[in-house]
Design a binder for this molecule. Structure first.
Ligand code: AMP
Length: 290
């Protein structure tokens, strides 16, 4: 198991089941044609929800299942209150609304179908899916009241729409890694569950960094708050804008320890990763001498 999929091991014990509700009639204003703007159209929705059925198998209670009649009525009530031009836009907001309303749902697929007047038996549909993902964020601070900064960042992260804080690691005090002429860091890792995409989550993290006084400037310099995306379930990326798993994940002992606090044991780093670490340290030594 690589570091990219290790986060899924937190779901071990899950027994995945699916409920499928088909041809749910939704009455809504949706479409770009003049006629569609003035009266409700009937769309038909097929909704598939994947969730861990282990608990409802254990006690046979509807509270621990995804109630398919509640699923249909929630979808109907939501679409009655909305107005969109595009089917895609309606589908996207309905997927988010249903995932937020059914916390047991791990992923949800939706197909919306319409039969516009004048097209005989032809129907058009739009399919979309969304999921609830686990993510691990690494927080660090080495300027000002460092303990308070971690608390504030945690509160702000927990308050992001479509994010839920599941666990926090203990607080670790660490010597600065690459530039040693600066105060000690306070670090902490958080396990969250989110409906956001990795890029949306990164944008939220950066806006919290800015709100808390983080200025982009000197790399590896002192900072009131730094928030890194360490792991995101089912997602791997190596672009400069977002590298996940975080390239330093298995190189920083405090992250390895914080992940262990969250219940994740990382496999040992390969020779290639260790060579990369040595190269990084060499570069940094040259950099601080200049
Ligand atoms: P830093 O100064 O270390 O906070 O780096 C911030 C920059 O790294 C931003 O431009 C991000 O877009 C980019 N970046 C790439 N991967 C990640 C990641 N996994 N977590 C946070 N920032 C990242």
């Amino acid at each position: 198991m690589g570091p990219d999929d290790i986060i899924s091991s937190l779901r071990i014990g899950a027994r995945m089941g699916r409920v499928l509700a088909e041809r749910i009639p939704l009455h809504c204003i949706c479409g770009v044609r003049e006629k569609e703007r003035h009266g409700r159209t009937v769309l038909f929705a097929d909704i598939a929800v994947d969730y861990d059925i282990i608990q409802c198998l254990a006690d046979d209670k509807i509270e621990n299942a995804v109630d398919y009649s509640a699923l249909a009525s929630t979808a109907m009530a939501f679409t009655e209150r909305t107005q969109f031009y595009l089917l895609e836009k309606l589908a996207d907001s309905l997927v988010s609304h249903l995932l937020a309303s059914f916390p047991r749902a791990l992923s949800l697929g939706l197909r919306l179908q319409k039969n516009p007047a004048g097209w005989g038996n032809t129907s058009f549909s739009c399919s979309l899916s969304g999921r609830r993902s686990l993510a691990i964020l690494g927080l660090g601070s080495n300027l000002g009241d460092r303990g308070r900064a971690l608390e504030e960042a945690t509160e702000r992260l927990a308050a992001i729409r479509h994010c839920r804080l599941l666990r926090s690691s203990s607080l670790h005090r660490t010597a600065p890694l690459l530039r040693t002429d600066q105060p000690e860091f306070f670090n902490e890792a958080l396990l969250i569950e989110t409906l956001l995409s990795p890029m949306e989550l990164l944008a939220e993290m950066q806006s919290i960094e800015r709100a808390m006084g983080r200025l982009r400037g000197e790399r590896y310099g002192p900072r009131p708050i730094d928030i890194d995306l360490l792991l995101f379930e089912g997602f791997v990326s190596s672009s400069a804008a977002l590298t996940v798993p975080h390239p330093g994940l298995r190189l920083r002992r405090f992250w390895i320890e914080e992940l262990a606090d969250l219940g994740l044991i990382l496999p040992p780093a390969s020779g290639a990763i260790l060579r990369q670490r040595c190269e990084q340290i060499r570069k940094c030594k040259n950099f601080t001498k200049e």
